[in-house]
Design a protein around this ligand. Structure first.
Ligand code: ATP
Length: 249
């Protein structure tokens, strides 16, 4: 756990006044946040707050109506998802979304599809070392894996894009506590390996344990933000933020 939020230098990701609408319904009303290199930043908030929408907009899966998204100082808003991946931003979507009829190895290879460099074999080996269970099951169809194994595969597939930033949408959803523990260990390990993480989580307690900083969204707005430590100490304010009454931690 970093003591001081690393808010110095240039952010790896800057979201500025982002507005996203689904038809007439606005899901995000001017959301701003920054993620600095090497950080784990959590986005928390109740159901329907706009957390998945934020990640989808960053990943290019939904187009913002207003605002800007910059990765490493370059605008990525409006780019197609495959170009966002090529720039180094990989999304692990909610519900894992592995390809059930492809093998574990093929799923991982799909993660590298946007790459044209020669290091793919090496990265496959690195990911299989990180996830021994995936090595054991490399030839197995992904649809036959357990929920926890599919989550590992979804994370492994994102890492195959060799991203500088990974967007994780509810990685612990529906998993047994022991598997949740393993997923959070992996998130901490990703940071050690130099990957920056933006994490959407319902599991507030676990998210704040691992996060350097966090922002709380409620009905499409950031209502509370601070270091992981500050938000852990401000539990009461966090609860109120979940009810829609915000402030700074
Ligand atoms: P959850 O934790 O339930 O996934 P969330 O914080 O991720 O919630 P979003 O899924 O981003 O929230 O949804 C934000 C708002 O946008 C909600 O009111 C939701 O109903 C709406 N919304 C999301 N996706 C769509 C869509 N494809 N079409 C229309 N409205 C949508």
């Amino acid at each position: 756990m970093a003591e001081v939020p690393r808010s110095e230098g240039a952010p790896l990701l800057a979201v500025e006044e982002l507005v996203v609408a689904y038809g007439p319904v606005r899901a995000l009303h001017g959301v701003s946040l920054e993620v600095f290199p090497g950080e784990i930043v959590a986005v928390l908030g109740p159901n329907g707050a706009g957390k998945s929408t934020l990640l989808k907009a960053i990943a290019g899966a939904v187009a913002p109506a207003e605002g800007r998204i910059l990765h490493a100082g370059r605008r990525i808003d409006g780019l197609p998802p495959e170009e966002v991946v090529r720039r180094g931003v990989a999304l692990v979507p909610e519900g894992r979304m592995v390809f059930p009829r492809l093998t574990v190895r093929e799923n991982l290879e799909v993660g590298a599809i946007s790459r044209r460099d020669a290091g793919i074999g090496e990265d496959l080996e690195r990911v299989l070392s990180m996830f021994p269970v995936l090595r054991e099951r490399a030839g197995q169809l992904a649809g036959t894996l357990s929920g926890g194994e599919q989550q590992m595969l979804a994370i492994g597939r994102a890492l195959m894009a060799r991203p500088s930033l990974v967007l994780l949408d509810e990685p612990s959803l529906g998993l047994a506590p022991i598997v949740v523990h393993r997923v959070f260990e992996l998130i901490a390990r990703m940071r050690q390996d130099g990957v920056t993480v933006l994490l959407v989580e319902q599991n507030v307690h676990r998210a704040l344990e691992v996060a350097d900083r966090a922002s709380v969204l409620a009905v499409g707005r950031v209502v509370l933000s601070g270091s992981g430590e500050e938000l852990r100490r401000a539990e009461g304010r966090l609860e109120r933020a979940y009810l829609g009454i915000g402030g700074r931690a």
